[in-house]
Design a binder for this molecule. Structure first.
Ligand code: PBG
Length: 325
């Protein structure tokens, strides 16, 4: 008998019935940039459609997103001033801490994730402390733990260390538990490549390194086994959720890790992935909506269960329409 694959594709209803990849808006996390400023929101040049929000006005964007079906957020902070240690990162009255409190006071049932890193807070723009011109890995762990605890006490449900220092998950878990935050989850940026795809973000968060680059602590994109090793280490240290970042150029890594880990797996479709789609669409070269749908679905097809995306709100709308999911 003739095998006719086309039978399965004849009607929209059957095509939807037999989809192998299912996406729900529940799987989406929207990044939000909190800036210590008065007024706002002010547009971010490198991320069209995204804005810097003050702690005072951030509830507005969260409310709109929740209405559109996205109720999970990843918060980044841009402090008013930086110093060598990045002390604004753990300031009780820091921009992320105030944003968290404002959101907690107004919403129930939303999930707040915070990026834990120093690069936006230090004058040198590195993710860890610098000592004698080199990254002081072990000397950074206490600082990161302190930042995580301050986020948890201001209302973060999940802390997400993106610094890539070795041993940070264990240090952070210990510190959180010691302060009674036993239910605060850790989403580890476990597999984070040294990537040119972060460029628009560094503009958005004013966090480019003042000297050198991040290649001593972020991963070399030639490596795959190292990614699995990093991920297993973070899992053993107590990470609750693992992440691969960026997403689209690393689908092989997502697939490999999905096959091995028992932890929930997230992927971060980073600023450069978003900016490329936006720029090509603005030039009239591609259809933004269709490329967005196809790219996001690929990440889930590869095996991720959670997607952090600057397109989260538009994706939720596409899911509602049935175009994906
Ligand atoms: C901070 C951090 C970065 C991103 C997330 N957290 C930048 C970097 O590591 O250089 C990038 C996110 C994006 O590009 O959207 N360490």
């Amino acid at each position: 008998m003739d095998i006719r694959h086309r039978r399965l594709r004849e009607s929209e209803s059957i095509r939807r019935l037999t989809r192998e990849t299912r996406i729900s808006a529940e799987s989406l996390i929207l990044p939000i940039f909190l800036k210590d400023m008065s007024g706002g929101p002010s547009p971010i040049r490198t991320l069209p459609g995204h804005f810097h929000h003050s702690p005072l006005c951030v509830p507005d964007v969260v409310e709109q997103s929740v209405e559109e079906g996205v109720n999970k957020f990843l918060l980044f902070g841009l402090p008013q001033s930086k110093d060598e240690r990045g002390s604004a990162a753990w300031d009780e009255d820091g921009v992320v801490q105030r944003g968290l409190r404002a959101l907690r006071a107004r919403f129930h049932g939303i999930t707040l994730v915070t990026d834990v890193c120093l690069c936006a807070y230090t004058t040198n723009g590195h993710c860890g402390h610098v000592k004698n011109g080199r990254i002081d890995n072990d000397g950074t762990l206490d600082t990161l733990s302190r930042v995580a605890v301050s986020h948890a006490s201001a209302g973060a449900d999940i802390v997400a260390p993106s610094d890539m220092m070795d041993g940070r998950i264990a240090a952070m878990r210990r510190a959180l538990d010691a302060d009674g935050f036993v239910n605060t989850l850790i989403l580890s940026y476990a597999v984070k490549y040294a990537s040119a795809f972060y460029e628009p973000f560094r503009d958005a968060s004013d966090s480019a390194p003042a000297h050198g680059d991040r290649r001593t602590y972020q991963m070399d994109f030639h490596n795959r086994k190292e990614a699995l090793k990093e991920a297993h280490k973070d899992a053993a240290e107590g990470a609750d959720i693992l992440m691969v970042k960026p997403a689209l150029a690393y689908l092989d890594i997502i697939a490999a890790l999905a096959a091995e880990t028992n932890l929930p797996l997230a992927a971060y479709s980073v600023s450069g992935e978003y900016a490329m789609i936006k720029a090509a669409a603005a030039a009239g070269f591609i259809d933004e909506y269709r490329v967005m749908c196809e790219s996001a679905t690929a990440v889930f097809r590869a095996g991720a269960g959670i997607l952090i995306s600057y397109h989260a709100r538009e994706l939720a709308a596409a899911i509602k329409k049935g175009d994906i999911g």
